[in-house]
Ligand binder design. Structure first.
Ligand SMILES: [Zn+2]
Length: 271
């Protein structure tokens, strides 16, 4: 049976094709990408990989987009920004402006495709300064989440500042107390590891999911969990540092009221 949503979707698509004939072509290209085999995410096993070899399996010329057979570029998701860096092909260097996820594929947006062809070998280089800061920030947000026993309603990782929004109608979060507690966790130097479980196990332990609005990423019925010593365990597909002392000193910034229920905790790294 065809659902109403599908009919609405097709009407929107047809309207787009009438207004922008190029849209149909780009839809075909996205479909082409979907048919190719799944990409290996090298950052899942080694978040510290700065350079890697791969092959181009798809090019979308009109959007300056590339898909690789394997990648260490993290695609924007779960509040963590996409990686930037470069892709080198036969001495030619392309700038990677952003990395995004589309239909579960990781896509690099580059500055210029320069007559690039599919099935050629490349060397990918991650903008490590940016990525490592995101890894430290990301891990700091896990600690923040474990320190505040309230539901998380949103979050964003940034280079200068990151944030988590909590469901805190009674205004229980205290900035000074929070800063002291979270820095003690950093100093304790807890180890960070990942493990993969069947998603059905998560249904038995729903308390593991702290975010109220975002569902944890699932791949083939499996979910990746990130464990910080005996401090925190939660589903996450992002990149993290290996130990909490890599985060360095954490500064809790402004705590802002966002509506009646939500409070936004801003977090900064001092080094
Ligand atoms: Zn994470």
């Amino acid at each position: 049976m065809i659902s109403n949503n599908y009919i609405i979707y097709k009407i929107i698509c047809s309207t787009f094709v009438l207004i922008y004939p190029e849209y149909e072509k780009s839809q075909y290209n996205i479909f082409k990408i979907l048919l190719k085999k799944a990409m290996t995410k090298l950052f899942d096993d080694d978040a510290y990989l700065k350079e890697f070899k791969a092959k181009i399996i798809s090019i979308i010329k009109e959007d300056n987009c590339i898909e690789l057979d394997q990648t260490a570029f993290y695609a924007k998701s779960g509040g963590q920004p996409g990686d930037t860096g470069s892709i080198e092909v036969k001495g030619i260097k392309l700038k990677v402006l952003d990395t995004i996820k589309e239909n579960n594929k990781i896509i690099n947006i580059v500055d210029d495709l320069k007559d690039l062809e599919e099935n050629v070998d490349i060397i990918g280089k991650i903008n490590w300064d940016l990525r490592y800061k995101h890894m430290r920030m990301h891990t700091a947000l896990h600690l923040l989440c474990s320190t505040v026993p309230l539901g998380v309603t949103g979050g964003q990782i940034g280079y200068e500042k990151s944030r988590l929004d909590f469901n805190d109608p009674d205004k229980l979060i205290n900035k000074e107390e929070l800063e002291e507690k979270i820095n003690l966790l950093v100093e304790d130097n807890h180890t960070i590891t990942s493990e993969v479980i069947e998603s059905s196990i998560l249904e038995e332990k729903p308390e593991l999911v702290r975010t109220m609005s975002v569902k944890p990423p699932q791949v083939d019925g499996k979910i990746r969990l990130i464990r910080i010593g005996d401090v925190d365990l939660q589903p996450c597909g992002g990149t993290h540092v290996k130990s909490t002392n890599e985060i360095g000193k954490i500064q809790i910034g402004k705590i802002e009221n966002k509506g009646k229920m939500n409070r936004r905790v801003n977090l900064l790294l001092t080094s």
